[in-house]
Design a protein around this ligand. Sequence first.
Ligand code: NAP
Length: 269
Amino acid sequence: MSTHKPLKGQRAIVTGANSGIGKAVALALGEAGANVVVDYLFDPEAAEDVAQQIRDNGSQAMIYQADVSDEQQVQAMFQATIEAWGSVDILVANAGLQRDAKVVDMTLAQWQKVLDVNLTGQFLCAREAAKEFMRRGVEPSLSRAAGKIICISSVHEVIPWAGHVNYAASKGGVMLMMQSMAQELAGDKIRVNSIAPGAIKTPINTAAWDTPEAEAELLKLIPYNRVGDPEDIGKAAVWLASDDSDYVTGTSLFVDGGMTLYPGFREGG
Ligand code: NAP
């Protein structure tokens, strides 16, 4: 168990925290001393398992079922957290999904679902977090900031992605939403940043890494020559949530093994 607790006493909500990156972020925040709300949609047992691991490490945790694309459910989750723990200090807006299709075959439902969860869901959560951070203001014993919002974006906020126009559009939207919120909220001592993961081994992209052949293809796109682990994102989230990054706002932190450096990679010369 780590003795370094930069988030001691802070209260975090992590959306989509029963799986993949959200799970690793929730565990890392808990390890860093934060109390964590483990938001989930479909799998309470997986969420409870994450919460129990956080408790075993000495922080508090509770699970909460909320669909991030539903305004009332998001508001109820923030209300329940504030009632239980007094306030919220950290939001990690992580929940996301893919509904892939070629653009000519993409249904409006596929387009809308991805935008609703990946972009509108992050807006709804960030809005509730910002309202609470502004209401409470800075608590110097906890943090130099009134609150921290971390959007989980993607390298596809800057790399176009054929066959996934709904997903790329949602993440491109997250980038400018994050930057605009950061600009608007900085005066209230609220920091807003994104983590833009590259290829990370989670259930969302199993087909891209679960056979040696698939992994070899993927590695051609990654200068650092390894596929990322969810823990790589957890560590970045702890840093962005802590006062160690107090002068950082409006930034996309690419955690991608150099994937965004790709054009020209391994082309010789
Ligand atoms: P994942 O394992 O499939 O996790 C996605 C999570 O989002 C699940 O916990 C899921 O809950 C939750 N979720 C989906 N729709 C939701 C909704 N409407 N309300 C609340 N929760 C919802 O995938 P992941 O890779 O960890 O993805 C997490 C984030 O990282 C996403 O935003 C994704 O775009 C981003 N990302 C991932 C990668 C990568 O390589 N893995 C790369 C770049 C960015 P249920 O399980 O209950 O459905």
